[in-house]
Ligand binder design. Sequence first.
Ligand SMILES: NC(=O)c1ccc[n+]([C@@H]2O[C@H](COP(=O)([O-])OP(=O)(O)OC[C@H]3O[C@@H](n4cnc5c(N)ncnc54)[C@H](OP(=O)(O)O)[C@@H]3O)[C@@H](O)[C@H]2O)c1
Length: 277
Amino acid sequence: MDTNKVAVVTGAGGTLGSAMAIDLGRQGYKVVLVGRSLDKLKVTEEKIVAAGGTCMCLTADVKDLEQMKALRETVVREYGLCTVLINAAGGNQPTAVTTINSFDPAELQDGFEGRGFFNLDMERFLDVVNVNIMGTVIPCRLFAEDMYKAGGGSIINFASMNAYRPLSRVPAYALSKAGISNFTQWLACYLAPAGIRVNAIAPGFFLNDRSRKLLLTPDGGYTERGANIIRQTPMKKFGDAQELVGCMNWLINDDVAGFVTGITVPVDGGFLSDSGL
Ligand SMILES: NC(=O)c1ccc[n+]([C@@H]2O[C@H](COP(=O)([O-])OP(=O)(O)OC[C@H]3O[C@@H](n4cnc5c(N)ncnc54)[C@H](OP(=O)(O)O)[C@@H]3O)[C@@H](O)[C@H]2O)c1
């Protein structure tokens, strides 16, 4: 087991980032857990430490260049140069989501109680684009420099089913995840001469704190949207974060994936393959 390898995982207190961070810890990586709330990161830290792993929690907003520069200095000082970066921070906000699936003339009238495209708060819209796009671009830029100095590395970004075709109601999230796939391709080409591979995972539907409320009813049944997703997922279930870990391990392994760069890998229980007919 190589215990000198350093992995940075953003969103390490979240559903998917925590599973990846815990697995990297199990493999002997020194894992840097990044997020805004220390309490969420501590839960992941406890699991890594309990399994005999090494990690540290560093709080920062991934879309804030100055905070991330300071974080990177701490990583280099405490652990050394990172060779793996998992960009799992990101997500959506309820106020950037429309409450209707398609245009309703009522949204142009005073007193409309829902949220159509014409009523969305553009500040909240931009927040979602920023956290998903700049919250990936900034860590890539900072840690790719360290990977180059270390002789190479691997970056994994997080796209979504929205990267292929936008889901209803989530325009800001959908466009930002399509942007992640595009940026992953661009960066993979740009960084190939630096020995850095850049790929993305496009998860299907995994329950997290936010989506649980959207997809499940209080008694554990499916909401209408939850039921629609399950209907279009041939495996007839939501994903479990552990089911993404193998994809990460394949992508970061130079021995078996050394020629793989610039791709977005769906891990979706067949959602993309189902035409809905
Ligand atoms: N779950 C799914 O079904 C699914 C599907 C497709 C794509 N994805 C994508 O996969 C990634 C991980 O999803 P998840 O389900 O694990 O989400 P999650 O459980 O909500 O975790 C996301 C984590 O990101 C952190 N975060 C959010 N904004 C941040 C910021 N500005 N700076 C630093 N950290 C921030 C959050 O912690 P703090 O709030 O404490 O900062 C949170 O712990 C996201 O990019 C998501 O869009 C998820």
